[in-house]
Design a protein around this ligand. Structure first.
Ligand code: SF4
Length: 377
């Protein structure tokens, strides 16, 4: 399959691992930003294929994982109302709130629906004019254009029984927060290729220069990751701190201008709280004044909710690269995909879920085996 098979070649993977070993003269710690990259790394055993001197730590790029618990509580409160049809991507239904999750609301008779696009919700809203239809708008810059488009179209079409519960976060401020932390150990980043497909990578250039850290825009297949690591290591060894683009088959420096335009029309930049990390200035999106009527928090009076995250869950430390999932005392015991304590054990992009699911298969040959399995599925 084009753009898949050629990026899962086990022999090439071993050759890249040898090139990385030859390039690295000392230990380096790199962070892959995106949860999709984390899953590739753990699933294909990339971290164990790399020489010991290269440590990969996992970043905050899992949108489900960074959604704070009070937003889950807000979603549960809204979804529990009899006049509401609450729509969400499937991952969010199992993320634990303070008392329960959205699946429990659904099991108790709440009208909670899984959708594949926010635009599906507009259709539901048009077909159910006596109900309020709410979409849980979660994600990074990647999902923001489609969510913005849903609001824009609702406005154009005069659909007034539609609103969105916004939990949009932005990658560059989170990277800066990690680099500014006294506990930071990240020396180079593999930036999230799909975010850069939308936003380009000019935003990363001042970060690379300010913190003297290489940033390589990287894709999601095994060879993408290995190429990204090699490019990052070469920069570190040569004393360079630049933004490079490994994922050139998808990313242009300026990004997708049309997507950026709809984001900036519908949303504005706001402070945002990140689960396990806390508030980060200018790290999120909220609805702009023109589209404020579509804000579910205001419409349902839940804007002031606050909640404490479970003390046992160390997801914040994991997403800042300070700890790894198996270092959490609850991992695989009190926290499993069936009974999660934290969102990273639930999400398809969560680091804890990746370790729980794939940690048994960790050699180069598994790139071939896992590819074969994926093809059969
Ligand atoms: S294993 Fe569970 S409790 Fe521990 S950090 Fe991951 S999600 Fe949180």
């Amino acid at each position: 399959m084009k753009y898949i098979d050629e990026y899962r070649d086990a022999k090439m993977a071993e050759a890249y691992a040898r090139a990385i070993d030859a390039a690295a003269t000392k230990p380096w710690t790199l962070m892959e930003v995106c949860g999709g990259q984390t899953h590739t790394i753990v699933r294909f055993g990339i971290d164990e294929l790399l020489p010991d001197k290269i440590t990969l730590v996992h970043g905050p790029g899992c949108p489900v994982c960074v959604t704070p618990i009070e937003l889950i509580d807000k979603a549960i409160e809204i979804a529990s109302r009899p006049d509401v049809i609450f729509c969400s991507f499937g991952d969010m239904l199992r993320v634990p709130g303070t008392q329960k999750d959205l699946f429990v609301v659904k099991a108790g008779g709440g009208d909670v629906r899984v959708v594949y696009s926010p635009l599906d919700c507009l259709k539901i809203a048009r077909e159910n004019s006596g109900k309020q239809v709410v979409f849980f708008a979660v994600g990074f810059e990647t999902t923001a254009p489609a969510n913005a488009m849903a609001v824009y179209q609702a406005h154009q079409q005069g659909v007034t029984n539609f609103s969105i519960l916004v939990s949009h976060v932005l990658v560059p401020p989170a990277m800066e927060a990690i680099l500014s932390s006294p506990s930071n150990r990240v020396q180079g980043f593999l930036a999230a290729g799909h975010v850069c497909t939308v936003m380009g990578y000019t935003e990363y250039e001042p970060i690379a220069a300010k913190y003297r850290v290489p940033i390589v825009v990287t894709g999601f297949e095994p060879l993408d990751i290995l190429m990204g690591v090699l490019m990052c290591v070469r920069q570190l060894e040569e004393g360079r701190a630049e933004v490079e683009n490994q994922y050139a088959r998808s990313v242009r420096r300026e990004g997708n201008r049309h997507a950026q335009q709809i984001i900036s029309e519908v949303f504005r930049i706001t402070p945002r709280k990140w689960r396990g990390i806390g508030a980060i200035q200018r790290s999120g999106l909220g609805l702009s004044e023109k589209f404020a009527n579509y804000d579910a928090e205001a419409r349902f009076g839940v804007a002031d909710y606050t909640a404490e995250e479970p003390a046992e869950c160390i997801s914040g430390l994991i997403m800042q690269g300070v700890k790894k999932p198996h270092e959490c005392s609850a991992f695989g015991k009190r926290c499993t995909p069936e009974y999660p304590l934290g969102a990273p054990m639930v999400s398809n992009e969560g680091a804890c879920a990746a370790y729980y699911r794939y940690r048994k298969v960790q050699t180069a040959v598994n790139i071939e085996r896992n590819t074969a399995t994926a093809m059969e599925a």
